[in-house]
Design a protein around this ligand. Structure first.
Ligand SMILES: [Cu+2]
Length: 300
């Protein structure tokens, strides 16, 4: 959603590298193996993200649980998320909010209440829940080149996506809240399914950064502090190069209570989970409130 007025440099550079580093399907001739079992029997939402548009999404779908399959062909951007428009707002109204976004102090209040399914950056698969209402598919970034598109989700208000027992098996579960991540289960090297749940009161997203060397939470805190103040680290400080942190997975913004499952393929190494959604109270990205977590994926 609208970024805070003065985005700290690290956040800005991460957002940029996110765009560049996330896997794009265009260079990849072999399709990735399906991450989610066909036995789940989930209806599929296929979307191709080009430099200009989201292609292939239907204008209307029944409420329920979906396998979101994204082919990212954009040289810039490429995340997909679904957001339910607040009552009385249509696509044009949302576009107007985006247009004034950069001048605004932060996201509008309704942003903190409305449903957001989560989705993924780059090519890949996720399982998401859509409830009845007027939705938009968008890039989870007000400055993205791809305009949001409207999608009506039909069904009565009581429709529950979990009916039918089609819950994907997850190898690990990440919960997000104010202001941290908790990882349950072991994140393993190789392809896997990660369940992501926002159990907090505000929206959150999850950027997974890979680091070539071990990184501690204290070092992440120091990066953020340096970024905020514009100070330079003293020569005796042992800090990994922040430019060496590469985003490898992006789970786009999820509203309070939302659950999603994402397919990820992790190499052994050191990782940082971090959230930059602007805080409801302070307007600062959640990372500055301590919303980050380090973990290691052990391997040969
Ligand atoms: Cu957050």
């Amino acid at each position: 959603m609208p970024r805070p007025p003065s985005l700290p440099a690290l956040v800005a550079s991460l957002a940029l590298s996110l765009v560049v580093a996330l896997p794009a399907a265009a260079q990849d001739a072999t399709p990735a193996p399906a991450a989610f079992a066909e036995e789940l029997g989930l209806p599929e939402l296929r979307v191709t993200v080009t430099d200009e548009a989201f292609e292939g999404l239907p204008a209307e779908v029944p409420a329920g649980r979906y396998l979101l399959s994204v082919e990212a062909r954009a040289t810039e951007g490429g995340a997909v998320d679904f957001l339910r428009l607040p009552d009385g707002m249509d696509l044009t109204g949302f576009e107007a909010v985006l247009a004034e976004g950069s001048a605004a102090e932060g996201p509008p209040e309704w942003y903190y209440q409305t449903a957001m399914t989560g989705g993924i950056g780059g090519s890949g698969e996720a399982v998401i829940d859509l409830t009845p209402g007027e939705w938009i598919a968008w890039a989870d970034d007000p400055e993205a080149a791809q305009p949001p598109i409207a999608m009506t989700v039909t069904g009565d208000g009581g429709a529950t996506p979990t009916a039918g027992g089609t819950e994907p098996a997850a190898d690990a579960t990440v919960t997000m809240y104010e202001y941290d991540f908790t990882v349950e289960g072991e994140l393993q090297p190789g392809p896997q399914v990660i369940a992501v749940a926002n159990v907090g009161a505000q929206p959150h997203h999850m950027i997974v950064l890979r680091s070539p060397e071990a990184v501690t939470e204290e070092q992440v805190a120091r990066f953020l502090e340096l970024d905020m103040t514009g100070a330079t680290p003293s020569p005796e400080e042992e800090l990994p190069d922040p430019d060496a942190l590469v985003p490898v997975v992006y789970v786009s913004t999820m509203s309070s209570g939302a659950r999603a499952w994402v397919a990820a393929n992790l190499e052994p190494g050191y990782y940082v989970l971090i959230c930059f959604v602007p805080d409801l109270a302070s307007g600062m990205p959640h990372a500055f409130e301590g919303m980050y977590q380090v973990f290691e994926v052990a391997g040969a």
